[in-house]
Design a protein around this ligand. Sequence first.
Ligand code: 5GP
Ligand code: MG
Ligand code: MG
Length: 183
Amino acid sequence: MLDSLKILYTRDQIAEQVRRLGSEINRDYAGREILLVCVLKGSFLFFADLVRTLTCPVVVDFVRLASYGCETISSGVVEMRKDLEFSVTDRDVVIVEDIVDTGYTLQTLYHRLLDRKPRSLKICTLLDKRVDRRVDIEADYIGLALDDGFVVGYGLDYQEKYRELPDLYVLEDAPPVDEERPI
Ligand code: 5GP
Ligand code: MG
Ligand code: MG
């Protein structure tokens, strides 16, 4: 059965927000080196676009997380599938996420990195789905706010599909699928 996709934000609207986030980060970190952490896989396109707007020195690194539960709802049990290559100790670190939903994923990553004693630790997310938040975590840099709905495109998937789409869509009538959910 074909999924039904409804346009949510166009590539131009996304690009405008990415430029704004980049200038906020440039303003806050002027002249300082940032360790920019891409949370795979969902944020890979956002990360690639964001990094090209930065004028401060940047080192990039990648983590991969998986949450257990169903395809469209986070369970709260988050496993780190791939750790960072670099130490975060005494560095200015910015986590780059595609979307904060319940907040379980980000909360887990945030506290794991905080345990390693970075100089500073901030969060940048393209999308913020605040109505679903279950834990007390807020991003420092937020691209676009969202109401409810499951979003795909621009790196975000549904069962590994749609990551390649240049615009963001809402997936209508997404049935929850019970399985391990790599993020
Ligand atoms: P959380 O742990 O905050 O509930 O969910 C975080 C992760 O679940 C996100 O980083 C993202 O990978 C995935 N996720 C949450 N909401 C959505 C959504 O609307 N669409 C897609 N494609 N993934 C989502
Ligand atoms: Mg993600
Ligand atoms: Mg996913």
